[in-house]
Design a protein. Structure first.
Length: 391
């Protein structure tokens, strides 16, 4: 009986984290639309001064494309400052940037990590809004306009755009899996934004009110999440701008993606230890529930629950009693792991039907969280991120 109770507890945690929470958000959104619907008057023209801040390390292969992308944005050029912070760069990134007089560059020969570069850039930012974006991320033309419009609400302290993975018709496991994952995450963020606040920004494209920016500790691994959640802790909201997106290519292969996800997981555990106060429902209300559901569960209990329910299920069906329900559950789990193995075997084969790689990517993602947890506890992580090779 104890084994069965544990089995159902762990299974419910998994289902709630990936399905139940989304359904809860849908329910709350519907309730809000029915009972609290207000007339929203969209401001069509709002053009504050903006700094586009791009922290970069050895990004020579992306510089020209990124600068041209920034200069092509549909925003008054006289109100847009483009600032690159290239600390520790050893390739010709700086020399390329020098050929663009419209660009400002902040450089220090020492390399102390992305978050240190972001903190340095914020020290010289003079505009009321700063938008962070990565060197390898290309923005859509109206990205800045869509983001700044949400700052017309005084309660908005941070705005996150949408992350997209560029892809053609046929995709390998890493591109298919990451693309599906971010479509799902973007949907969750849209619902969270409508209810209260998004649980963390995406580093490829997000913006903050300069006055609300709080310097982040130099050993911080997950800069986007930490910066946005610090603003949330101050009582402001993190909103989602679905019509502002940043596009990048997928990791070169699943090994590179595993490296990236492991670091994100280590950063997630680090962030949870520093932001435990957000779990206080008496102070943060529904935000505490959303934080627990979207982040805490996914970075702690869920990755451990996945292997545990398989072991528990196996032990239960081996008992000399009638366990038809548990036998069905075991068969379903075996099918899932067979699909994981199939995805691993075909990970470098391109398919048009991306869902075939979903179980494999989900497994790798949760395995990376366990690895990241171990890496964080062992102290083997470095704030100086080794760039992921991309396709």
């Amino acid at each position: 009986m104890i084994l069965k109770i544990l089995f159902w507890i762990f299974l419910i945690l998994i289902i709630y984290a990936y399905v139940g929470y989304a359904l809860l958000l849908l329910l709350l959104t519907s309730f809000r639309i029915i009972f609290y619907r207000k007339e929203q008057h969209r401001v069509e023209i709002f053009e504050p001064f903006v700094t586009l801040l791009i922290p970069a390390y050895n990004e020579a292969e992306y510089v020209v494309a990124k600068v041209n992308n920034c200069l092509a944005l549909n925003y008054p050029r006289e109100k847009l400052r483009i600032l690159w912070v290239t600390d520790g760069t050893t390739d010709n990134t700086n020399s390329i940037l020098e050929s663009f007089p419209e660009i400002s560059t902040l450089y220090d020969k020492s390399r102390r990590g992305k978050i240190h570069a972001m903190n340095r850039g914020m020290q010289v930012a003079e505009t009321p809004i700063v938008i962070f974006t990565d060197a390898n991320t290309m923005l859509n033309a109206d990205a800045i306009r869509e983001i700044v419009l949400l700052f017309t609400d005084e309660n908005t302290g941070c705005v996150t755009g949408e992350k997209r993975i560029s892809a053609d018709g046929l995709q390998k496991a890493v591109g298919a899996g990451e693309g599906l994952y971010w479509q799902y995450e973007s949907w969750i963020k849209r619902l969270e934004s409508e209810i209260a606040s998004v649980m963390g920004a995406v580093g490829e494209l997000f913006a903050v009110r300069t006055e609300l920016y709080q310097p982040v500790k130099d050993d911080t691994l997950l800069d986007d999440f930490t910066i946005s959640m610090q603003i949330l802790q101050k009582g402001y909201r993190v909103k989602y701008a679905p019509k502002a997106w940043g596009t990048e290519t997928a990791s070169l292969n699943m090994a590179e993606e595993l490296k990236r996800k492991t670091r994100i997981a280590a950063g997630g555990i680090q962030a949870l230890t520093r932001m435990a106060g957000l779990l206080n429902p008496f102070r943060h209300g529904i935000i505490a529930l959303m934080y627990f559901s979207h982040k805490v569960l996914r970075w702690t209990l869920v990755p451990l629950s996945i292997p545990l329910i398989f072991v528990l299920n196996l032990v239960i069906v081996c008992q000399p009693v009638n366990n038809k329900v548990y036998m069905v559950m075991l068969v379903l789990q075996v099918i899932f792991y067979l699909m994981v193995l199939a995805g691993a075997a075909l990970k470098n084969v391109r398919f048009r039907f991306r869902a075939i790689f979903a179980p494999f990517y989900l497994f790798v993602m949760n395995y990376a969280i366990i690895r990241g947890f171990i890496e964080y506890l062992s102290g083997r992580y470095s704030v100086n991120w080794q760039k992921v090779k991309r396709s």
